[in-house]
Write a protein that binds this ligand. Structure first.
Ligand SMILES: Cc1ncc(COP(=O)(O)O)c(C=O)c1O
Length: 380
């Protein structure tokens, strides 16, 4: 028997590839986006306590109520936006599932979704699996800002969704108020949903405000907004996130969610509900990462890499055009095999590839890891 692949062109991801290469060659792994320092001991103890208290069976399908309540409070306090824990907030198995479920619930055969490239790797496959068509709009170095005229040109009768991501992986760029106003104008009066990936909401630097869709009431009724606890609390392996959407969208979202995962890890939800009572645990994450970004970038000042500091996320792009003429994939391999530092090339994030000589480094690492990596990068 044979399977006609639904995703014939998706091989192993660039993250898995570079991590395998880093392991094989004993390289410092600044490729994959995860912290190499521990999550809070208090949070881990909360999980253990929840297990001991007997929270070991299925959670309610939309998520543990106390967690949804804490999320509603947080969103109201920070963004001044009100979402009902009963009918507008759903806990998911991370943001990737949330994105997949949102697309599955909304997108039908032949409908178009505008995405911005370089794009997080799950967007286009999720769209294709629903029979939809990803319509990429390219962002370019050094600013990676959105050309809204280009977006307008790509809106058609079949456009059903625009997928935005701020702060943006892999570029570290963030959207401004002006960007969201442009977006508002484009979708006004049209049946176009916004899927807003805001997993790095708390990792934004230089006193910038995270321009969440939540600040824009006109967009609320057509938006699904996705978050991930993994990014905020340094536990990407727990795979827990949540989705905010008005009731009529949440109803459809949950109708798919219940058959995809039904519900999400119970003790972790209880633990997070308790942990969220202390806003300091998420309100200072930006300072923590800004210090790491500054440390890494200051160390790289002596190198031949050209750096424009990231405005958000825990990724820093670096231009290596003064060092090598190799395409980014080949240069990333050389860097990993010969110099023992693993990074991610940017071209796999573009459908058509890219000729830009840029690599992505993850700085969610212990200071000593960043120092060791920078020392090597300065010698190249
Ligand atoms: C932009 C973006 N969206 C979504 C995700 C996925 O988040 P999660 O691990 O919660 O599925 C990531 C993780 O790297 C990401 O960078």
């Amino acid at each position: 028997m044979q399977i006609k692949s639904k995703l014939p062109n998706s091989g192993i991801s660039i993250f898995a590839k570079m991590t395998a290469l880093a392991n094989q060659h004993g390289a410092i792994n600044l490729a994959q986006g995860f912290p190499d320092f521990p999550s809070s001991v208090r949070l881990i103890e909360n999980v253990y306590a929840a297990m001991r208290r007997g929270f070991n069976q299925y959670a309610p399908m939309p998520g543990v109520l106390s967690l949804r309540e804490r999320i509603a409070e947080k969103v109201s306090t920070i963004y001044g936006s009100n979402y009902s824990p009963d009918s507008e907030i759903t806990i998911t198995a991370g943001a990737t599932q949330a994105i997949y479920t949102a697309i599955t619930a909304i997108i039908r055969e032949g409908e178009e979704v505008i995405i911005f490239e370089p794009a997080y790797d799950s967007y286009a496959p999720a769209i294709r699996l629903s029979g939809g068509v990803p319509v990429p709009v390219a962002l370019h170095a050094p600013d990676y800002s959105i050309d809204w005229e280009m977006v307008k040109k790509n809106v058609s009768q079949r456009t059903r969704m625009i997928l935005i991501n701020t702060p943006h992986n892999p570029t570290g760029a963030v959207l401004s108020k002006q960007d969201i106003i442009q977006l508002e104008k484009i979708v006004e009066g049209k049946d176009i949903f916004i899927l807003s990936d805001e997993v790095y909401e708390h990792i934004i630097f230089d006193n910038k405000r995270h321009e969440s869709i939540l600040y824009y009431p006109n967009l609320r009724e057509k938006s699904i907004i996705v978050y991930s606890f993994g990014k905020t609390y340094h536990n990407t392996g727990w795979k827990i996130g949540y989705v905010l959407a008005p009731e009529y969208i949440t109803k459809e979202f949950r109708s798919v969610h219940q058959f995809e995962v039904f519900s999400v890890n119970t003790p972790i939800q209880h633990a997070l509900a308790e942990f969220m009572q202390d806003p300091n645990e998420y309100l200072h994450v930006h300072t923590f990462y800004e210090n790491k970004r500054n440390l890494f970038n200051n160390l790289l000042k002596k190198s031949r890499f050209k750096i424009k500091p990231a405005s958000g996320t825990y990724f820093q792009l670096a231009d290596y055009s003064e060092i090598s003429n190799l395409p980014d994939m080949a240069f990333a391999e050389e860097l990993c095999i010969q110099h023992k530092v693993a990074a991610i090339p940017l071209s796999p994030f573009y459908r058509q590839g890219s000729n830009e000589k840029i690599l992505r480094f993850c700085f969610a690492k212990q200071d000593e890891t960043l120092q060791k990596a920078a020392e090597i990068l300065c010698r190249i």
